[in-house]
Design a protein around this ligand. Structure first.
Ligand code: F6P
Length: 550
């Protein structure tokens, strides 16, 4: 079957199932098990205690739909493209680059790029990172005022979101210096972060693949000035993570504290290597290795498991069904895990920068909508904010719940029980809803009668039939986090291949950067070009007037 025939059949399938209630699918007693996948599978899990269960049975996907979706993945060439990626082929065609972030989490593996073994360089950097992290943690590397108490990572996008998300996620494992993150060019971010820090015991890590990003370089200069006021040799308390070693040298950072990586590591896929240094310092190299091992285990599964039992592929196919076939424009990521509070932001970059494209690899307009808007907040907080719309609004928002079976605070096990009860309740409520009869009974009990009863009952109806998936895992350990992050990376990859787009470039971020460069002089009073649009001119006038009057 050709790709377009499969898409057509999926559209027809969507038409067939649109009136069907998801809840009725559970008349098949085997549904939950059949529409779930376990990773890494019971026997391996016994070794690591790290089994995760992805349950997508509370969706309208049935056996026929799944079969078609799998045919879609095959016809789109997911397996061949996956193998090309792992083999170091230049699959990022618009930038002429290989995509080898997976090599970072498998340092003992073998990967050649254009016939050159890339692993020795990667291993050497990893060894240096481990050595440096141990020195910072153990007091072998000190600031002017003694042992390092705080680490400030300055970076943005992939040079910030990965380590920031992971540092928060793995807070129970922190036994190194405190970690802080400055990303925004808004001076408030630097000011608020630095105000309680002691420059004499702070290590600053400038994280930028290109070492040209205006936000990061501006913040790096500012922080260097802050440090210079108290520290005689501020450069000695700076480290850099970058692929532009000439620029880190120009900035004055000694080569022994520069950790480089190659252009085959995309920014949003870079937490596994030098960009993860702050995380390694926070939790220690051994736990960082566990994080890498989790990612590597997911890679092995993605490469070898049959598509019907392949967790990233299934997660991707559920995404394709909801966004590209049913046309749901957004998806919510809802971790019932406070320490995954930054996961939605991390996934926004991973998914939206990767798959927010409108041109195919061959330069044609895409035939289907591409990546959906990804958004979310931890539960239970979101329940008291935006879940109203998810339950009773006019748009269907497919929800992706994540939750650990067990928390890290045994003395607070009753909190965790409540957390679990809530996540289970939400997916059940979304699916089952509440019909008019039950709503009437509630309104009646509240004392309403007659027309008012009818009116009040309407407001208490939940349409239900709203799809969700749940990813449940024993506990949020470093290894588990590695599994989760790699799972989402491969999901994005798989969706990108099915859509025929390049998930590894990001040309869409360039225009705004260029315009910011040309507008900055106007804010300093520079002459305005004649063609400046009226709205921008008015906003500039407002700023100028405020400046003059304050
Ligand atoms: O502007 C987008 C982007 O290029 C991201 O892809 C990247 O993660 C981020 O900026 C930061 O880039 P760099 O690490 O080069 O500073």
């Amino acid at each position: 079957m050709t790709l377009s025939t499969i898409w057509d059949r999926l559209d027809a399938q969507a038409g067939r199932v649109s009136a069907r209630a998801i809840a009725t699918l559970f008349h098949d007693r085997n549904r939950a098990a059949a529409f779930s996948v376990r990773f890494p599978g019971p026997s391996a899990a016994a070794v690591h205690g790290e089994e995760m269960l992805f349950d997508f049975s509370k969706t309208n996907i049935d056996e026929d739909t799944l079969e078609l979706l799998i045919e879609l993945a095959i016809a789109a060439g997911v397996q061949a493209r996956r193998d090309a990626m792992f083999a170091g082929r230049r699959i990022n065609e618009t930038e002429g680059r290989a995509v080898l972030h997976t090599a970072l989490r498998n340092p003992e593996g073998k990967v050649a790029l254009d016939g050159q073994d890339v692993m020795p360089g990667l291993r050497e950097t990893l060894l240096r990172m481990r050595g440096f992290a141990r020195e910072v943690r153990g007091g072998g590397f000190v600031g002017q005022g003694g042992a390092i108490t705080d680490v400030v990572n300055i970076g943005i996008g992939g040079s910030d979101l990965g380590p920031a998300m992971a540092c928060l996620a793995l807070a129970p494992y922190h036994d190194g210096p405190r970690c802080h993150f400055i990303s925004n060019v808004d001076g408030a971010h630097a000011a608020d972060t630095l105000k309680d820090l002691d420059p004499e015991t702070t290590l600053v890590i400038v994280a930028s693949k290109t070492f040209t990003t205006i936000e990061t370089m501006t913040n790096a200069e500012t922080v260097r000035g802050w440090m210079a006021a108290r520290v005689s040799d501020p450069g000695a308390q700076f480290a850099a993570l970058s692929s532009a070693l000439d620029r880190t040298a120009d900035f004055g950072i000694a080569p022994e504290r520069v950790f480089g990586f190659e252009d085959w590591v995309g920014g949003r896929y870079s937490v596994w290597g030098p960009i993860g240094l702050s995380l390694m310092i926070a939790i220690g190299p051994e736990r960082f290795d566990d994080f890498l091992a989790g990612g590597a285990a997911m890679d092995a599964h993605f490469r070898s498991a049959p598509l019907r039992a392949n967790l990233p592929v299934l997660l991707a196919l559920v995404g394709i069904w909801h966004a590209q076939v049913l046309g749901h424009a957004t998806r919510a990521v809802l971790p019932y895990d406070q320490r995954l509070a930054r996961l939605p932001a991390y996934l926004q970059q991973l998914e939206m920068e990767s798959n927010g494209k409108s041109v195919t690899m061959s330069g044609q307009d895409v035939a289907r909508p591409t990546g959906p808007v990804v958004w979310g907040e931890p539960g239970t907080n979101g329940q008291h904010a935006f879940y109203q719309l998810i339950h009773q609004g006019t748009q269907v928002v497919p929800c992706e719940f994540l939750v650990a079976a067990k928390g890290h605070e045994p003395e607070l096990a009753h909190h965790h029980r409540l957390l679990l009860a809530n996540v289970l309740a939400q997916s059940k409520a979304l699916m089952e809803g509440r019909g008019i009869e039950a709503a009437r009974a509630i309104a009646e009990k509240a004392g309403f009668v007659g027309d008012e009863l009818d009116r009040q009952a309407r407001h208490r109806v939940f349409p239900g039939n709203r799809p969700s998936t749940t990813l449940i895992y024993p506990r949020l350990t470093p290894r588990m986090l590695g599994q989760i992050v790699a799972l989402y990376e491969h999901r994005v990859f798989t969706e990108g291949v099915i859509l025929g787009i390049n998930s590894f470039d990001q040309w869409g971020v360039e225009l705004g950067k260029e315009l910011a460069r040309s507008l900055e002089p106007l804010l300093a009073g520079g002459a305005r070009p004649e063609a400046l649009d009226g709205s921008t001119a008015q906003l500039l006038d407002f700023v100028a007037a405020v400046r003059l009057s304050v």
